[in-house]
Design a protein around this ligand. Structure first.
Ligand code: ZN
Length: 249
């Protein structure tokens, strides 16, 4: 634990090129273990390959909404048309073993002392609520029992820090940002998205956490967007899903 260096990956969304680039970057930072915030599948064209890699990392992983719907035969009425069509496509390309693994993922977990993982929010994690502001974050903090909780789902990196009754919302700058979490503070940290960033920066986003120093580092990684986008088009998935990778929206 003393020299642990954890990489926290969220919203990989079947983007093999982004995942591979992030793993290379993580290894260059001497990362010793991985944690995964779910939505391993959906939107991009390599869901099976990304599941294989995440499983090989032996990373504690929680369930995202795409993981859930790609592995359960439930209606997709609540999804945007683009998301619904890629979920239907993903159901067709995953094998039984992939789906069984997705179905077995917990909604939240405590993989190490002081750290909780959840895809969206601890306030009803099976309802997939989005946390954009301090009011959304307050509902999560009511259920957060560890000093740190990592989450994803919005694809926008952000830190909510609670001190007493006040909650501060902080967006990391575009480049690497390191900060220590002060004792007594409680943090709800969105690590951004590996496979489909939506904060205007198209580079893959993830976080490195060093438990011994309580240090959080946001990292951005360039990857081969052309290849990822070409695969989306070749699979006949919606063109918009390829274009948005270039904009990071
Ligand atoms: Zn997602």
């Amino acid at each position: 634990m003393k020299d642990d260096v954890c990489a926290i990956l969220g919203d990989i969304h079947a983007n093999l090129e982004a995942l591979t680039a992030v793993l290379d970057d993580a290894r260059s930072q001497n990362v010793t273990s991985f944690l995964c915030l779910g939505d391993v599948v959906g939107y991009n064209a390599n869901p099976h390959e990304c599941i294989q890699i995440v499983r090989s990392l032996q990373s504690p992983t929680v369930r995202g909404n795409h993981d859930h719907y790609c592995s359960h035969a439930e209606p997709l009425a609540d999804f945007q048309p683009n998301a619904a069509s890629v979920i239907a496509w993903t159901r067709g390309v995953l094998d039984d073993d992939d789906k069984a693994w997705l179905r077995g993922l917990p909604f939240s977990c405590v993989p190490m002392q002081g750290v909780t993982l959840v895809h969206g929010t601890l306030d009803m994690p099976d309802r997939w609520g989005y946390v954009f502001d301090e009011i959304d974050a307050e509902a999560n903090f009511a259920y957060q029992t560890t000093p740190i909780c990592f989450h994803g789902h919005t694809h926008v990196p952000v830190v909510f820090e609670r001190h007493g009754t006040s909650i501060e919302r902080m967006e990391p700058p575009a480049f690497d940002m390191k900060r220590r979490i002060a004792p007594g503070r409680r943090c709800f940290i969105n690590v951004g998205s590996v496979g489909q960033p939506r904060d205007g920066d198209p580079r893959a986003s993830y976080v490195i956490y060093r438990p011994a120093s309580r240090e959080i580092e946001f990292r951005r990684v360039q990857y081969d967007i052309n290849t990822a986008a070409a695969k989306i088009l070749k699979a006949d998935l919606p063109e918009r899903l390829a274009m948005r990778l270039y904009y990071g929206r």
